[in-house]
Design a protein around this ligand. Sequence first.
Ligand code: IFM
Length: 436
Amino acid sequence: MTPLEFPKGFLWGTATAAHQVEGGNDNNDWWDWEQTPGHIKNGDKSTVACDWWNGERYRQDFDLAQSLNTNAHRLSIEWSRVEPREGVWSDAAFSFYRRVLAALRERGITPLVTLHHFTNPRWLAQKGAWEARAVVPLFERYATRVVQELGDLCDFWVTINEPTVYLYAGYVNGSWTPGKKNFSLAMRVGENMLRAHVAAYHAIHRVQPHARVGLANSITPLVPANPRLWLNRTLAAFQHRTYNHLLLLALQDGRLHFPMGNARIPEAMGAQDFIGVNYYFSRRIAIDLAQPAQLFARPLPPRPWGVSYDAELNEWFGKGEINPDAFVETLKWCARFGKPIFVTENGICDRDDDFRPRYLVQHLAAMHRAIGNGAPVRGYFYWSLIDNFEWAEGYALRFGLIRNDFATQTRTPKPSAHLYARIARENALAADVMEQ
Ligand code: IFM
């Protein structure tokens, strides 16, 4: 077996998000959502999380990231910290993020900063957050301010993380704040997110002309359970278009598409410098006309992946099927947009690290195959650097390369962290790594 080498200058990164690691984020809508019993598994709360805010433990985590030979890290700014009340900016919060970004750069790690990763300031949530068009200039102003304050430390930005996950969980199945089930409202939220991304894209470039700006798109390939059935194929294609394609299409041709609307948004055309891909699994879907909230589809149980699944994986697999081949197809599909691609998230929840090494190697080999097929992938950010607060799943699902004992805040790199360190150091998947 010959080693699989990656292009020179490839970014080997890890990823986190503010609310999941900082702790003490008590001025946003997720904090409020967590206080209601039943919203978060086991009654978990984000309270201290990984203690980045009060304990400034990001320093030790970045030491570990450096020891893993990574050269990039994706993190997010918490809007409710830097703008705690509408139009009021916090110098203390900006100083904190300056320390965080400087800590990365001192360790030779390039920051990729996300401006919105699921949470909204409480004042914005009280105004309807993304349901109202008023969010667009508010987000544009926030983006402008962040880049003015932090632009000397970072020039690589994700405006919004996984807009379709936000609108699906918050407005279609209602499992996340604000807990609504209203498809047309979901489409309005999506349109506002698109418009806000476009406004922020141009605003960031006004402050920092050389910036690289994109979205982190959640892309889940949707495979028809019975490809011979026309209706099943059509349904999968419609879901793919709604879930994976709608925003990318609007950024390509400058207009909305069914079912989001048909408005022309000329300033959207070309408003992304790279394609951010968050890829975890594919989903096999069958027709189910009794499930309008699921867009008339029923996900089927996953097919085996060559390992027996434990409870944690089973729980997660309920949502999808591990499928490295679909990762290859996803990256090849993304190449059609003619922009560099960054895998802004990919990973697996696996508390004991039984399956992570296998998942990691298979997905990196898949990414290598996609690159060989012409997909311009320039970097990969493993989700996540460290076990953290996994939204409605609380601390039950552990995605980290580094174990966190939340009671003592003790960090322990898992075997897959050492594996990732070797891959990053060699900028390659060595033959013995793949054989193992
Ligand atoms: O933890 C999340 C992250 O916030 C967004 N993408 C998926 C991850 C794992 O579920």
